[in-house]
Each structure stands twice: as C-alpha cells, then as structure tokens.
Design a protein around this ligand. Structure first.
Ligand SMILES: Cc1cc2nc3c(=O)[nH]c(=O)nc-3n(C[C@H](O)[C@H](O)[C@H](O)COP(=O)(O)OP(=O)(O)OC[C@H]3O[C@@H](n4cnc5c(N)ncnc54)[C@H](O)[C@@H]3O)c2cc1C
Length: 815
C-alpha cells in the first residue's frame, strides 16, 4: 500500500525554513496529522543559499518577538531534536555613523531590554576590543548584541524537519503541489502528481514562488500576492591570515559587523569574510512578460553582479583593512522575495476561508522559529500570543498592485537598514488613492502621507517652510511642521478646523437577525436606532481585536466604520463568521468623511445645511450640506464640538469647499493625532491591540458581561473581572526632552520595567508632552511617578487622573 497521505488536517506547500518550522510547531501543538509538500529537496528555494545571519535587532516590536523566540529555540534545538548543526553565537557590532543612528540603537536596545535581551551601547574604542581590525574614527556609537550570530540554514531546516517527523508529521519531498480545489464546506483538496490530499487547512509557504501558488486561490476569493522577487548577493573571500590568527589566538570567531549606514554586513566565514550588502542599485527579477519566472529554479542562482557590489567592497575595505588583502572567493546571488515593506506576509490568506500564508521573508532564517510558532497558533487557535499586525498579510489591500509592490520593494531593499523617522514619508508607491479634494489640499500646502494607500494631509506648509525630505530625517519633535501643527491645533481649539479623512473603512451590514448576530460579536451594547456608538471585538482571551463605530439606521440595518488600514482585517472579522442571509458590503471607496471640529463648527455649518444642529452627542442624521445629500454624525475625534460629514465621493469636493468658505481651517493628521491623545482617544494597533485585554486597555465600560450573548472573550473577561487585571491604561505627562516617547517606550519604576507607552505627542492645548500607555496595575494611581525611556534617556512621567486631560467633563464636545 502506498504511504502517500490522502487526508491531513493541514497541508503546507513549501519546504523551506518557514514551511518546515510551521509543520514542526503544528506538531508540537499536537496537530501531527499535517503534511508538508516540497517540490524538490527541502531548502531548494531561498533557504539553501542564505547566509544564515541571526540578529535579535529589529525596530518592530512584533518582529523582535519572533526573532528573540527563534534564537532562544535555536540555542537548544540541536539537542532537543538530536540533530547536530553549526550555530555560532558570535555577537554583533552595529556601527552608527550619526547621532540619529545612535538614538535608533538606544531605542532598540531599550525595546530589547523590555523583552529580556541585553544589548549594550559601546563607544567606538570599546568596539575595537571586540574587533581589533575595525576602523572607528568616523563612528558615533556601536551597539553590541551578544546573542547575534549565524546558523547553517539547511541544517536548521533539517533539524526542524526531524523534530516534526519524530512527532509524527509527514514530509513529502519531490512532490510539487499542482493546484487546489475548495469544497463547499470550505475544506480543501490539494492536488499533486502523486495523488490528492484532502485537508481542513492549506498554507502557502512557497517562498519566492508564493505569488504563483497564490494564483490557485483566486477562484476562492484570493488576490494578487503583493510580492516581487529581488536578487540578493553576498561575497566570500579566501582565507585572510589576520582573521585566522584572531580565531586561533582567541578560540572564537570575530563578531559580525553591520555597517548599517553604509548598508552591508561583514561576517567571518571559516577564516575569510563574507560581505553582504543591500545595494541601492538593486534589481527585481521575473517582473515582465518577456522575463517570466522559470517553472523551476530549485538550487539555482543568478549570475554574479559584481558591479553592484563594488562600492560596498571598497567601503568595507576601509572599515576592515585586512579585507583589502583578501583574494576573491565566490559570490552567491540568489532570489529573495520582497513584500512592499520588506516584512513577511503572514496569517490568514486575505479573502479565502481555511487558507493561510507565510512567505515573502527577507530574513526567513532568523525569523523561521518565531514564524512557525505564530503560524501554528493562528491555524490552531485563530489568534497569536503576540500582536502580529506588523506582518499580517491583510495590511496590504487593493492599492498594492504590481507597480506599487515593485516600487516599494526596490525602495525598501535599497534602504533595508534605513531609519524610520516619525515624520518621514517614504516617496515610492504614492498617490494610489486620491481624495476628490486632493488637488485643493496640495494647493493649500498639504504635505501628504499614505494611509492604506489613501493620500491624506499630515500638515499644511506655508510659504517659506522647509518641505524637503531631509528635514524629516530626525527623531526630534521639532521640525518645519511644529509651528504649523501648533497653529492647526489652536485653530481647532479656538475656531474650527476641517480634515479630509478619505479612506475611512466602512461596511454596511443588513438582514434579518443582523442586530442579534452583532450583539454576539461585540463586547458591549449596540446603539439604538438613529444613534451611534463605539463597539469592540475581543478574541477568546478577551484581548482587543478591533474597534468600530456602529451607526444604526434601522433595527437590522447598520453601517460600521473603522480605521483605513483595518479595511481588510476588519471586513474579514465580520465576513469569516457571517451567517447565511446577512448582507455585508465594503463601501469604503464610495464615501469621503470630512471632520469639522471646533467651537465655531456649528456656526460654520448652519448656513450651509438643513440638518438639525441641536441634535445631541452621538446622534446621526441625513441632511443636505451645500445642497448635497450627506450624513451628519455628531462626534469628534479631537475633543471639540463637531460633526463628521459623510458625503458621497462625487460631491465631497463641493461640500469641502463650502465648509472651507465658512472659515474652517484645514488641519492634518499630525494635529489630529495630537488632539486625540490629549483626549485619551485610542487608535488601532497603537493603543488598541491584541497585546492588551479590554480591561487592561481601560475599556471596561464597553464590556457587558451581563448580556445573554456569549461573545468571544466573555469567559476570559469574566475571569479577569474577578481576578483583577495585571496592567492598566494610563495617561502620562512626561518631562520629555527633544522628542516624545516613541511606540513601545519602556516605563521604569525603581529600576524595574513596569510598562510601556503606546502613543505620545506634544499636546498643544495642554502644553505638555503626553503619553498613553500600559502600566503595572499597582502603579496606576494618579500622581504616581515613573520614568519613560526615550532614545536611551529616562524622563520623569506622572500618571494623570483617569479622565481626558483636555476638557475632562466633555463639556466642549456636548456644547
Ligand atoms: C543571498 C541571500 C542571503 C540571505 N541571507 C539571509 C540571512 O543571513 N539571514 C536570514 O534570516 N535570511 C537570509 N536570507 C533570506 C532567506 O533565505 C529567506 O528569507 C528564507 O530562506 C525564506 O524561507 P522560505 O521557507 O519562506 O522560502 P524558501 O526557502 O524559498 O522555500 C519555499 C519552498 O517552496 C517550495 N515550493 C515552491 N512551489 C512549490 C509547490 N508548488 N509545491 C511544493 N513546494 C513548492 C520551493 O521549492 C522551496 O523549497 C537570504 C537570502 C538570500 C537570497
């Protein structure tokens, strides 16, 4: 009898580091009836030729979590699964050329300390003690990560494969998947030349072939996978006597060097060096019809492209002079998949039920362990331990077409080690979705930022303001925008301002039983007909999945609104469980939302609307503005009297013009952020994430444990209500220096880590640096003093009363 499996719980397509780790982690969690299909030998894709560098360093909290987990796992893997492998923990020196880079290092070291990692800042002189050949005269600082190192990618993959097999999972090598068919009950048949496999779930771990595999899912709701294939190379030298001598004398390898400002790493490989640059003049492959992706590229490389390396080799020779004496060994130039931001695409496959994906990894060796863990949790539990939005596939929606992905991938690869400054807007792949007011905004000086592909004003420049990209390359609060943002906030405070919030995500939900079904999804109550409110969706652990504004037009007739970036994520949250008979529609592109806010907003709106402007807070009504049918919602995200004007896209320009004619001052997203933080209003995936429960997030008033519906998270929240929460949401006033606290800045008390910030800003109405964050429950009493670590320095922060800093009794909103 053939031992080919015909049934499995999960089928994974692709046997690189990621697919194999996913299989291993599924098996570790008990799902041993899972099958991995590999078209060639394991590692035949990008994995076999990877350099195998394994840093902890990442500016992303989620990615650092993944990498930290991987490295912890790799340290004992050989022993755990009884598969010897080469894993060298050499430590790494990250070189900083500028003050800004030093600040970035300080910030990541602080995040690392929070996660239990010890990363140390060294002076250039101290770095020389670790690396005697290092040229340091032009360095500002060096970051030392003692746990950085390199692993043999093929051995790593084989070790995880052994671990998976030993637990009972199945690997079929030389067995390409050739297609998929989804059955009526949403389970799958995966086709291969050796036969079909029926399974509950399928996972695309196809590496640089993932877009091709993604095509099979289009009949079942799938999209074009937003990735391109780039070439990435590293260059190996012959033996270098100084390097050999160092190793002999010290009994260890040299640490890795990452010269991030020059954009390359340099690592010892046997007794030579391995130089891997991220070149500005990088190259995408297989992107045109006359250069199609070959049917099979297993274990193949691109021709050497040494011209691209020249600048980097010369730079590295100045940094580590013995490199200049080395003979040329060989060059590896291999395919590497890139998503637009260079982060992987992981999680539920957008638009497709019972399908998942984990691909487009640019650092898939170091991330494999953590990625496998997250994927197993996503598939088995439907949720992950850490909030993984940074890598969630649903962060790219319809705007991520081929042109966008290509432009962004080239930009990202060429700036792989770049710093991501808070006021910097990357220029590639812009203008994908424009508001009808776009030209007018630009004419008024708007500096734009992209939000789920939509261009929105972030601030309005005036004549003479420096609008160069260079001016935004700072971690500091101050920049050409500061004065204008202050003016914008003051206009909203004293008069009225208007902002075009194009791209707000919105869905309609209708049908008999819609209300009852929604009650079973959200933690709190539904608004009455004619009213609106905020509603929260929790996961099974009571953690915050999302927040939506629910507008109730009729008994079973709703409009739900959420953040622009949440468009696919939140739609799917509703769609994946939607009962038969209910109709759910995404109408995000049809409507433009204009926020008019400020004490004079009523006076400005009155002459141009027939709406009832005396109707109270949280009401909504159909009305005419400037002669056009709109919906007016009496809410304000900035904490002043105000209305959201929801208008059909085709009339949005006329409505906007009419509001401006009444004297409303245009303001941008930076001002909006400052204004909302002063009110303690949270935003999605900053303050609201699955890292926190509803109670921890201070959202207890939106949890109705006494309602009959058994909503997700109810049992966990019930238990937390009885036992008490470990953390609590707080507003802090910070004695900050030149910068406000970035996302996930560590909070300290008496030398202990006690929490983190989730957003912060300068509050122009309260004239202080304000941070929102999560603090150990026993420290949440107003008046408690803690410290916030901002780019390596600690500043005093004081817990504020549990109410908005600005207008605590909400009198201005209700005026
Ligand atoms: C030169 C270079 C150096 C690198 N250095 C590093 C580094 O130092 N550190 C690091 O972390 N990362 C590094 N990377 C990146 C790393 O190689 C990748 O991120 C990682 O290998 C991705 O693993 P994967 O499992 O997602 O993809 P892959 O390894 O490409 O695996 C995908 C697998 O799917 C299989 N497959 C495709 N289609 C089918 C099908 N229809 N049926 C069955 N199987 C199929 C393929 O054969 C392949 O084996 C480097 C990459 C390059 C190019």
């Amino acid at each position: 009898m053939s031992d080919f499996p015909t049934k499995a719980r999960v089928v994974i397509i692709g046997g690189g580091a990621i697919g194999v780790s996913t299989l291993f982690h599924l098996a570790k969690k008990g799902w041993t009836d899972s099958v991995l299909l590999e078209k060639n030998e394991l590692t035949a894709g990008s994995t076999w030729h990877a350099a195998g560098n394994c840093p902890n360093f990442s500016a992303s909290w989620a990615v650092m979590n993944m990498q930290r987990y991987s490295l912890e796992m790799y340290r004992t893997l050989a022993e755990d699964v009884d598969y010897p492998m080469n894993y060298h923990v050499t430590g790494a020196l990250r070189l900083g050329h500028t003050k800004q880079r030093t600040q970035e290092f300080e910030r990541v070291a602080s995040m690392g300390r929070y996660q239990g990692l010890q990363m140390d800042m060294l002076t250039p002189e101290e770095a020389k003690e670790y690396y005697p050949f290092l040229e340091t005269h032009d360095l500002d600082s060096v970051l030392w990560d003692p746990l950085d190192g390199d692993i043999d990618p093929a051995q790593l993959t084989q070790a995880m494969a052994k671990g998976a097999r030993d637990l009972g999972a199945t690997i079929q090598r030389f067995c390409p998947a050739t297609g998929v068919t989804q059955k009526d009950d949403n389970t799958w048949i995966v086709h291969t030349d050796k036969g079909d496999i029926e399974c509950d779930y399928v996972v695309n771990c196809g590496g640089y072939y993932a877009a091709r595999i993604g095509e099979w899912f289009k009949p079942y709701g799938g999209r074009d996978v937003p990735m391109v294939v780039m070439s990435h190379q590293y260059f190996l030298t012959e033996m270098i006597p100084e390097v050999e001598k160092f190793t002999k004398e010290n009994g260890k390898k040299l640490p890795m060097i990452r010269d991030v400002d020059s954009s390359y790493y340099l690592r010892q490989d046997t007794h030579g060096l391995n130089l891997g640059p991220y070149e500005r003049n990088c190259k995408a492959h297989w992107i045109t019809e006359d250069d199609p992706m070959p049917e099979d590229f297993s274990f193949q490389l691109y021709p050497d492209d040494l011209d691209r390396l020249e600048w980097y080799i010369e730079d590295a020779m100045e940094r580590v002079p013995p490199l200049g004496t080395a003979g040329v060994g060989r060059n590896i130039n291999g395919p590497i998949p890139y998503a637009p931001d260079g982060l992987p695409l992981m999680g539920p496959m957008p638009g497709v039920k019972n399908a998942f994906e984990a691909h487009s990894f640019t650092f898939g060796i170091v991330q494999a362990g953590g990625a496998g863990k997250c994927m197993a949790e996503w598939i088995i539990d439907g949720e992950t331990e850490w909030d993984m939005w940074a890598v969630d596939s649903r962060r790219y929606t319809a705007h991520a077409d081929h042109d966008f992905v290509l432009q962004k991938a080239l930009e990202t690869y060429g700036h792989e080690y770049a710093m991501h400054f808070p006021h910097h807007q990357w220029p590639a792949g812009r203008n994908k979705k424009l508001s009808p007011n776009h030209d007018r905004l630009i004419a008024d000086g708007a500096q734009m930022g992209a939000f789920n592909g939509w261009e929105r004003a972030v601030w309005f420049a005036k004549d003479g303001d420096d609008t160069s990209e260079a001016a935004t390359e700072t971690w500091d609060r101050e920049g050409p925008w500061t004065k204008r943002v202050k003016e914008e906030c003051e206009a909203v405070r004293d008069s009225a301002g208007v902002i075009d919030m194009c791209g707000f995500s919105r869905y309609t939900l209708k049908g008999d039983g819609a209300a009852e079904w929604l009650r079973g999804q959200i933690t709190g109550a539904l608004p009455k007909v004619g009213r609106m409110n905020l509603a929260y969706f929790a996961d099974s652990r009571g953690r915050i999945v999302t927040e939506m504004s629910i507008i109730r037009n009729g008994e079973d007739d709703f409009m739900l609104m959420t953040a622009a970036v949440a468009q696919w994520h939140d739609f799917e949250l509703l769609w994946r469980n939607l009962p038969e008979g209910l109709e759910l529609k995404d109408i995000s592109s049809d409507v433009v939302t204009l926020l008019l806010s400020g004490p004079k907003s009523r006076d400005m709106l009155a002459p141009i609307t027939d709406g009832d402007l005396s109707s109270g807070w949280l009401t909504h009504q159909k009305a005419k503005v400037a002669g056009h049918d709109v919906m007016l919602a009496r809410v304000s995200f900035v904490g002043e009297l105000g209305w959201e004007v929801h208008c059909p896209a085709e009339v949005a320009a006329e409505v906007y013009a009419a509001i401006r004619e009444q004297g409303a001052v245009p303001f941008g997203m930076y001002a909006l952020d400052a204004l909302r933080i002063e009110k303690g209003y949270r935003t999605w995936k900053g303050d609201l994430s699955t890292d926190y429960t509803m109670f921890e997030g201070g959202l207890g008033r939106f949890v109705k444990l006494d309602k009959p519906q058994d909503f997700p998270g109810k049992a966990a929240l019930q238990a937390e209500a009885e036992a008490g929460s470990k953390k609590g949401f707080v507003t802090l006033i910070v004695d900050a220096g030149d910068a406000d606290a970035p996302y996930m800045s560590t909070l300290w008390k008496d030398g202990e880590v006690v929490g983190e910030t989730t957003s912060s800003t300068w509050g122009y109405r309260v004239n202080a640096s304000v941070a929102l964050g999560m603090l150990r429950q026993d420290l949440t009493e107003p008046g408690t003093e803690v410290e916030v670590e901002i780019y390596g320095k600690r500043y005093k922060a004081v817990v504020q009363p549990d109410q908005p800093l600005w207008d605590p009794s909400n009198e201005r909103i209700r005026a």
